[in-house]
Design a protein around this ligand. Structure first.
Ligand code: ARG
Length: 565
């Protein structure tokens, strides 16, 4: 049995003390406090419900908590909180237990739960942009954390690989057979085809007939479509690989995959009376949205909504999802409310299955407007990553003048890519943030590089100490900076649980950033290599555990943590 986090053991103790004081069925919250190691609430609310004086009740709870080996003191605080202090012994026992646990005290609360995560979702024949970057890195961090907590995760890259735009794209290709089909040229093709579609009515007509041919499965049309999808998928895979994101071609189940299911979706909804005809379109009306969800357009075509409905049916049915996460920008939140509501009514999304839109804010340029090139185009992700790695090379070379060649390239990549991902992940998920390469590569502040350096510094201390893992001496007494570090390290498991209950990876970023600061204070106040005896062993143990926590934490964010920088 893994040793539970201190806050959890304390929570159990407070529940027992509350029971002694005559209060049952409350889940007290145990929080870190400035005035004690922890503070328990929970007394306040129950006192109100039981019409008892909160301070008197808190005093009873405090008195019922056994102090001794582990609990040093339990005192009433404020209007009815209980402040809890632990003994050095309790903290050192905890440190010793964590040091020998490769999971760092993290359990597997997600085991037996299947989560489908729909993320990344770029569009074929279009450049991936910063919005797709957000979906990709947030989705990847959630996937990694869910899996680390024991969950079964199915990744779904819901590629935009279907729709009427393929009519004009394919038609244009057929009319200009000399043009290459490479990704860079597909972008140009998109622009050219779109311009022609708007200005040339005859071309627009041919493009529309091409859509019909595509849907009817005309072999030449289908082959041209497939070539575009393949070329784009190759390009996206390259980006995923550079980003170190765990998405492969096998996870790409694009919109086209649901095509055959769309008529059935519409028919079932119509037969059940959930969808009704309105101006020729098959619509689902709700009382919360001014506009209906359009399942089938008046021309008989299906769109984005029908595809998402078919996907839910498949994810709940064939994939046996307990939870489906959609990491998609915040502007699509009404779409998802409508889709989920429709699927609930149709019985495709039973109440036992959670469907959650995990929205994120917009990436802005330094001018505070959505991040674009001067011509208003989206900035290709590939260029952004190249730029970040180039800047990182300067930062790394500056710190390490001896580093050259492949070794320099390797670190520049880890730092540059890490910087981009961290900047994205560290921002509150639903907030907009400014894409600022200078700031994201700063060595101090809330950046990926700062954390990578903090990790490398711990590793270098350990390398200088040499030898194996120390044995903790639980009888030593602790410096306040050591106590603070043990308490922060012990909050790792809870932080990861928070990430998967709120779907907010920035909580892990904030945790690691705070840990780096706590470690810095510890290292300033408590000499490690110059210490001896029990102090040295215990401090080295703290360095080991800090290094491992940084490493695991960063890897759950999808960020590399090299031992040297
Ligand atoms: N491809 C869409 C876009 O680029 C996002 C798709 C989101 N996923 C979904 N299941 N609807 O905006």
């Amino acid at each position: 049995m893994a040793v539970p986090p201190l806050a959890e053991s304390l929570s159990d103790a407070v529940v027992a003390a509350l029971a002694t004081a005559g209060v049952a069925e409350v889940a007290p919250r145990i929080r870190r406090s400035q005035h004690a190691d922890f503070q328990a609430d929970g007394v306040l609310t129950s006192a109100g419900a039981l019409r008892r004086d909160p301070r008197a009740l808190a005093a009873e709870v405090a008195a019922a908590l056994p102090t001794g080996d582990r609990l040093a003191a339990a005192r009433v605080a404020g209007p009815g909180f209980v402040n809890l202090d632990l003994t050095d012994r309790a903290l050192l026992d905890q440190l010793a237990a964590r040091l020998t646990d490769p999971r760092l005290g993290v359990g597997r609360p997600e085991s037996g739960v299947t989560t489908v995560v729909d993320y990344s979702q770029p569009n074929v024949a279009k450049e991936m942009h910063v919005g797709h970057l957000r979906s990709t890195v947030i989705g990847d961090a959630l996937v990694r954390t869910l899996e680390h907590l024991g969950g079964d995760v199915v990744r779904r890259n819901h590629l935009g690989d279907w729709g009427t735009q393929f009519g004009m794209l394919i038609q244009h290709r057929f009319e200009h057979p000399d043009e290459s089909g490479a990704m860079a040229d597909l972008m140009a093709l998109y622009r050219a085809a779109q311009a022609l579609f708007r200005s040339d009515a005859a071309f627009a007509d041919r493009a529309r007939r091409r859509v019909v041919a595509l849907q009817a499965g005309d072999p030449a049309t289908l082959a041209a479509w497939r070539a575009m999808v393949d070329e784009s998928t190759r390009y996206f895979s390259e980006i995923y690989e550079r980003l170190g994101v765990r998405l492969t071609a096998a996870d790409a189940v694009g919109e086209s995959a649901y095509n055959d299911a769309l008529p059935g979706v519409a028919d079932e909804l119509a037969a059940a009376g959930i969808a009704v005809l309105s101006d020729g379109a098959l619509c689902v009306f709700t009382d919360f949205a001014a506009t209906p969800l359009i399942v089938r357009k008046s021309d008989g075509g299906f769109g984005y909504a029908a595809t998402d409905l078919a996907a839910i049916r498949q994810r709940v049915g064939a994939l046996a999802a307990d939870r489906i996460l959609y990491v998609v920008d915040a502007r699509q939140s009404l779409h998802f409310r409508l889709v989920f509501e429709t699927a609930r009514r149709a019985g495709w999304l039973p109440s036992t299955v959670d469907a959650v839109h995990v929205p994120f804010g917009t990436v802005l340029g330094r001018d505070g407007r959505p991040f674009r090139t001067r011509d208003g185009d989206t900035v290709p992700l590939r260029d952004l990553l190249d730029d970040a790695v180039d800047r990182a090379r300067v930062v790394v070379a500056d710190k390490n003048p001896d580093l050259t060649g492949a070794a320099l390239d390797d670190r520049a990549r880890a730092v540059g890519i890490g910087a981009v991902k961290y900047a994205d992940l560290a921002t509150g998920r639903t907030r907009d943030y400014v894409y600022d390469p200078d700031r994201m590569l700063a060595l101090t502040g809330d950046t990926g590089v700062y954390l990578q350096y903090a990790h490398a510094r711990v590793r270098s201390i350990l390398a200088r100490a040499g030898g194996t893992r120390p044995t903790v001496d639980p009888t030593a007494s602790l410096h306040p900076a050591e106590r603070a570090l043990i308490l922060d390290l012990d909050a790792f498991a809870e932080t990861l649980s928070d990430v998967v209950t709120t779907y907010e990876p920035h909580r892990l970023c904030a945790y690691l950033h705070r840990l780096a600061q706590t470690f810095t204070t510890f290292y300033d106040r408590c000499p490690v290599l110059r210490a001896s005896g029990a102090a040295r062993a215990n401090r080295l143990a703290l360095c080991h555990l800090t290094g491992d926590t940084f490493h695991t934490g960063l890897s759950l964010l999808g960020i590399e943590a090299p031992d040297q920088l």
